[in-house]
Design a protein around this ligand. Structure first.
Ligand code: ADP
Ligand code: ZN
Ligand code: ZN
Length: 793
């Protein structure tokens, strides 16, 4: 038996399988999708088995050293999906495999240990040492392998992984009587021990050590003595870490769907029942009842004993969102997002892997949840750019969702108030089925939107970042005891430090970007490379002392607000106030309880918020995003403004929105006033057509970077020449040009953009270019190819 193994080192030279022989002892456990330890050069490294075969073209093969898993960590569907992912995103195969597993399972960290149930036969017990991993070889030599496998199937032996020696599986410790002594015949006068025995004799079998300590008022030392003497026997059972342990979820029931909702859900449920793939685009403003449709679709899926993946953008995975799913489906729900600890994520993943839950609500990577019977995949806020992973593998969750749904025969629902242009265009063409929800559930009109021209304010002598109208409206809300959300677009808005005499802006010495001022440390930080430095006392150029920070960070807004309205209570939500785990929720809860009048924050408050008392939303500067070097700038601005506006007046009280801008005439700001998506779509489509961008053209982006600017540009030029000679005349090759951020971490960046409609050979060509130019040598130019880029930097 021979196994083809892909080793866990992402590098061009070894992006292929290597063959190993399988020792007889390992043959019963070796199969596709199982991880193994193999000798590789002088090292022993981990890898995935891709294939089992009986012949190899290589003569002298080394044997597999050890097997890590008892059953495949990736099932057949995910194994073949990884192949697809490799082709689609041009990544290394190992990266495509690794991205599907939780971080806790990263190769270099863990070893496999086993957890024994208490009544394991001795010949198997003897194979285990608590502090060293089990050896399959040893198990086979002693003739216990078959029995062991049987016990593992019955779950009497549990696998557990150890991360850097500390247990990654949380366990609970139990003790029970061994029967060697009773409370009546315990030697000596050990009163405490006698008491413990009495407790256990009165109880029934095992008791958690934590409980015993409490009940018998005893210490770990006493219990340990008793274990050592053989009076008690200890055992462990695996526990899941529950990030929501302290929260209770009220059970909620279905609403009776409105006729509109019924019309939308009917074709979806039909596809669920028929086990058919179909992508639906559910277009409806915030509050139109999309989530209720998701919930009821999932309910139908669960009734068929199938499973559901629900993706939401990281920042909208709020406690309120979790509440809605846990409240409806209880313990059936796993939650996956970056706020969880490595261990918590691992536990949630295992619940899915073991089939103990049937719904996952999670951010991007939850699209790889190892469900075996998918009945629906839902992507809420499908236009969000966070669904695209920016590191290798550079996948888009939407593409993965559609690919998986085809393998499972189930529908995909893409939901949004402002669908991406790509998706809406596909829906118009009939590739997706368009479902519309036109009204808000509470019959409430959309909030009234007022646009304030900040240039006008300036002309009138108002230099503050608050327009007069906004201040008046804030005051009104305060009087009425209603709440306000103030929104600040972080991107392009962070505070920078400038010398007022010579105009020098403090820049990162390694990147072509200005440094961001962080008040709490009096420091300046680069958001691209992490460089950090104290704010200088004098200008490095002219030595002037008139050096100060500009721009409007949330802290600065808070300060100015306090000066203008000292009586107002504000909760600020930004990277600084929410870096601690759970702080995000705490701040929102406090706002929900009415502990502040104003919630001030960045993007992270734009989504998911649903508080009945918010009647005013202020956008402090709408146009910062418009000026980014990104063809999606208008789309993102419109989406963001619509999103933010949706936070006002979600319940009985009507809402109002004030948008401050320096470019009120721009169509994406004008149209945000009426929130007319259809108009925006028409207008933006015309622009995209003229400028030859998606959805009229596909684009791929090749970026070269090197410390030497000529080298980066030179290689970029070579590649542009290759593309020009190989691609059709209809395709457009832009470049080489310097990237919008021309230098990051001391490396100059050059790029080449390909716009095309039909290039069936392009992926192959790009793969070739990648192979040819991805040299790992020390002085090599590094190359990155993004087949469908979302952020153009
Ligand atoms: P969306 O996801 O489009 O923002 P939601 O599903 O959250 O919309 O619905 C908005 C509000 O209306 C929520 O508070 C929800 O509980 C309520 N809701 C949704 N559907 C119904 C229904 N059929 N009957 C009554 N209330 C509903
Ligand atoms: Zn200066
Ligand atoms: Zn930097």
């Amino acid at each position: 038996m021979i196994a083809s193994v892909i080793v866990d080192v992402p590098a061009k030279q070894i992006d292929r399988t290597f063959d190993y022989t399988v020792p007889a002892s390992l043959q019963p456990v070796v199969q596709r999708g199982v991880r193994v330890i193999v000798p590789f050069g002088p090292r022993k490294i981990q890898g995935f088995i891709l294939e089992i075969k009986h012949e190899s073209s290589v003569k002298k093969l080394k044997p597999i050293e050890e097997v890590v898993d008892i059953e495949p960590v990736l099932n057949e569907e995910l194994m073949s999906l990884s192949e697809w992912l490799t082709e689609q995103t041009l990544c290394y195969r190992i990266s495509a495999l690794q991205v599907m597993l939780p971080a806790a399972m990263k190769a270099k960290y863990h070893k496999l240990f086993f957890q024994l149930d208490h009544d394991i036969p001795d010949h198997i017990q003897s194979l285990f040492h608590t502090e060293s991993p089990l050896s399959w070889k040893k198990a086979d030599e002693s003739g216990a392998l078959k029995d062991l496998q049987e016990l593992i199937k019955q779950r009497k032996v549990e696998m557990k992984y150890v991360v850097r020696q500390s247990m990654n599986v949380k366990k609970k410790r139990f003790v029970e009587l061994t029967g060697t002594v009773t409370s009546g015949n315990i030697p000596g006068n050990a009163r405490k021990q006698k008491q413990i025995l009495e407790h256990l004799e009165a109880g029934e079998g095992k008791i958690a050590v934590a409980d015993l300590k409490e009940i018998a008022q005893t210490t770990s030392a006493v219990i340990k003595t008793m274990i050592d003497k053989g009076y008690l026997k200890e055992s462990f059972s695996e526990q899941y870490r529950d990030p929501f342990a302290e929260r209770t979820f009220e059970k909620t029931d279905h609403f009776t769907l409105t006729p509109d909702q019924k019309k939308a859900i009917t074709p979806i449920v039909e596809k669920v029942n028929q086990y058919e793939q179909q992508t639906f685009l559910l277009h409806g403003v915030t509050g139109s009842g999309k989530t209720e449709i998701y919930l009821q679709t999932i309910d139908q899926v669960l009734k068929q004993d199938r499973q559901a993946i629900m993706l939401v953008p990281e920042i909208s995975l709020t406690p309120q969102m979790v509440q809605r799913f846990k409240g409806r489906f209880g313990d059936q729900v796993a939650v996956m997002h970056s706020g969880l600890s490595v261990g918590e994520k691992y536990d949630e993943w295992r619940k899915i892997h073991r089939g103990e839950v049937n719904v996952v609500v999670g951010a991007r990577s939850a699209i790889f949840a190892p469900f075996k019977r998918l009945g629906v995949i839902i992507i809420d806020e499908e236009h969000e750019t966070s669904y695209k992973q920016e590191d290798s593998p550079r996948y888009h969750a939407r593409d993965v969702a559609i690919e998986r749904s085809m393998r499972h025969g189930c529908p995909v629902i893409l939901g949004s108030a402002t669908p991406s242009l790509e998706s809406f265009a596909r829906a118009k063409k009939g590739n997706y089925q368009l479902l519309e929800l036109e009204y808000r559930m509470n019959q409430q009109d959309l909030p009234e939107v007022k646009i304030i021209d900040m240039r006008e304010e300036l002309r009138e002598g108002n230099r503050s970042m608050f327009s007069r109208d906004l201040l008046v409206e804030i005051e009104k809300r305060i009087e009425r005891k209603e709440q306000i959300v103030l929104f600040l677009n972080r991107r392009g808005y962070s505070s920078f430090i400038m010398c007022r005499d010579c105009g020098t802006v403090m820049q990162c010495p390694h990147c072509e970007v200005s440094l961001t001022y962080h008040r709490y440390k009096e420091s300046m930080k680069c958001h691209y490379c992490g460089f950090e430095e104290q704010v200088p006392n004098t200008c490095p150029e002219c030595e002037s002392e008139h050096i100060r920070y500009f721009g409007t960070g949330t802290q600065k807004v808070e300060e100015e607000l306090f000066k203008l309205m000292p009586h107002v209570k504000t909760i600020r939500m930004d990277v600084d106030t929410t870096s601690k785990k759970g702080s995000h929720e705490k701040l929102l809860d406090a706002f929900g309880r009415g502990e502040a009048d104003i919630l001030l924050g960045t993007q992270m408050i734009a989504k998911g918020l649903d508080f009945p008392n918010i009647t005013l939303v202020g956008v402090l500067s709408a146009d910062t995003m418009l000026h980014l070097p990104d063809f999606r700038a208008s789309e993102k601005t419109f989406q963001l403004l619509t999103q933010v506006s949706g936070r006002a007046g979600r319940h009985e009280k009507p809402g109002e929105v004030i948008i401050q801008t320096y470019t009120p005439e721009h169509f994406s700001i004008e149209l945000a006033k009426t929130q007319n998506y259809e108009w925006f779509y028409q207008k933006e489509m015309m622009m995209r057509k003229t400028a030859q961008y998606p959805p009229f053209y596909f684009i791929s982006l090749i970026t070269l970077s090197h410390e030497n600017v000529n080298k980066a540009a030179g290689v970029c030029n070579e590649i542009a020449e290759i593309l020009k000679s190989r691609l059709s005349d209809q395709s457009i090759i832009l470049g080489p040009v310097a990237s919008p951020i021309a230098r990051i971490q001391d490396k100059y960046r050059y790029q080449c953009m390909i716009k095309y409609k039909h290039e069936p050979e392009l992926k192959l060509l790009l793969k070739k270019i990648l192979d040819q130019y991805s040299d790992t040598g020390k002085d090599a130019v590094s190359i990155n190819i993004d087949v469908q880029p979302y952020i153009m930097m």
